[in-house]
Design a protein around this ligand. Structure first.
Ligand code: AMP
Ligand code: MG
Length: 413
């Protein structure tokens, strides 16, 4: 059995960031930059006013009150065409270009104006040293500056910055296309005729949701019965995908056919080449990683909780690698146990748990008493997984443990 960390390393080293594509800035939220976003203009392009008021020469208002003559105006987008002379002021508004000759802005609240018209006398009651309320050209960024580095998932703030930088198109990594194949004679789709022996497929839906939450595109290849030919036929639909994820049939039971059917030598170059298939973790021991022809394949166990936990531990980082993000194990958080735990065996355990704010800023976690890997209700209720390393000794309430919050940051898993 392979330790979780080594399994993840091997998966990640078999994957690479996908090529870039251009998307409009309006559609780039959540996408990952393939190249740095660079400013295509300087902002502000010239010195502008940060306030509504009057552009003046600081020397003219060194002693107040000072009486000046309004000679023009400079709204945002407009410009006073002349050069400000001694004793002159220009009515200016936020974002308006500071006229040549002016070096400070006085607030309109600090000015008495005889009229709101050019030629009017104004009295400035408060002085303004040079530079007051002037936004210098390039204060925010200059042409060529990097606004967003490569390999970053774009936030709403990044989108705003890119637009301000006059960047209408952004190079992002292509969304990973993930083909999802369910297996099992007993599996039916939600809403189909359900017999007492049927199991309603949850895995294909949960997996597709994980794929979308992380930023990929999911393609449902359907449900393969436990039959070699059918399995091969449906799995062939993965051709062209960036990753095939199967659920079920990953073990070596009589009905667990994934390795056997897809690994059949008669498939030649299209056969499954298994990298490894057993991981020291619970839930989720029988996990296959390999390549079906040219397509990387992750074969997840069928138990719904195992599927989702394995997706959190392996699929999410795999997608992040393909997206060009810094991919690795999810960063664990430190928490405090609310209850005692028995010693762990040789498999790394991912216990479903709920947490609440604890005494010293750390979460106080309570694993569910029943940890059966078929219980989707518990998994949905959980807000984190308590990670217990292999051979972790018995733990007492108050002990420190590591948790994986069930939150993808972007969308929740
Ligand atoms: P398997 O790994 O095929 O032995 O499946 C283990 C358990 O998971 C069995 O009880 C299956 O019925 C169940 N299972 C397999 N695939 C799915 C699925 N797509 N949705 C829900 N349960 C499944
Ligand atoms: Mg099965």
């Amino acid at each position: 059995m392979l330790p979780v960390e080594q399994a993840l390393e091997r998966i990640l080293s078999a994957l690479a960031p996908l090529p870039a594509e251009m998307v409009p800035v309006s559609h780039a939220l959540g996408r990952v930059t393939a190249e740095p976003i660079r400013a295509r203009r300087t902002q502000p392009p010239v010195d502008v006013s940060a306030m509504d008021g009057y552009a003046v020469r600081a020397a003219d208002v060194a002693t107040v009150p000072a009486t000046l003559r309004r000679v023009g105006s400079a709204p945002a987008g407009g410009r006073y065409p002349g050069i400000l002379g001694p004793g002159e002021a220009v009515r200016i508004f936020t974002g308006g270009p500071v006229p040549d000759g002016a070096d400070a802005i006085v607030l309109q609240e600090d000015v008495d104006a005889s009229a709101e018209a050019d030629g009017a006398a104004i009295t400035v009651r408060e002085g303004a040293p040079a530079g007051t309320f002037v936004r210098r050209a390039g204060l925010d960024f200059r042409t060529g500056d990097v606004g967003v580095p490569a390999g970053r998932r774009l936030t709403a703030r990044d989108i705003g910055l890119a637009a301000a930088m006059n960047v209408p198109w952004i190079a992002v990594t292509r969304r990973p296309r993930v083909a999802i194949l369910s297996t099992g004679d007993e599996i039916v789709r939600p809403g189909e005729l359900v017999e007492s022996t049927s199991i309603v497929s949850s895995n294909a839906y949960a997996l597709a949701a994980v794929v979308r939450a992380v930023g990929g595109e999911a393609v449902d290849l359907g449900i393969a019965p436990d039959d070699r030919d059918a399995l091969r036929a449906l799995a062939a639909g993965a051709r062209g995908a960036d990753l095939l994820v199967t659920s079920g049939g990953a073990s070596v039971g009589r009905h667990d056919l994934v390795q056997e059917a897809l690994g059949d030598g008669s498939l030649g170059a299209d056969a499954l080449r298994v990298g490894f298939w057993k991981i020291a973790m619970r839930p989720g021991k029988p996990l296959i990683f390999g390549h079906l022809g040219a397509v990387p394949m992750l074969g997840l166990p069928g138990n719904p909780v195992s599927t989702v936990v394995c997706a959190t531990v392996f699929l999410r980082p795999a997608l992040e690698r393909m997206l060009g993000l810094a991919a690795g194990p999810s960063a664990p958080a430190e928490a405090v146990l609310a209850v005692d735990l028995k010693p762990n065996d040789r498999r790394q355990d991912y216990m479903r748990a709920t947490s609440e704010p604890g005494p010293d800023g750390r979460r106080l976690v309570t694993p569910f008493v029943k940890q059966d890997s078929s219980m989707m209700s518990r998994l949905a209720e959980a807000d984190c997984l308590v990670v217990r390393p292999p051979h972790d000794p018995a733990r007492s309430a108050g002990d420190r443990v590591e948790i994986l919050p069930l939150d993808a940051g972007f969308l929740s898993i």
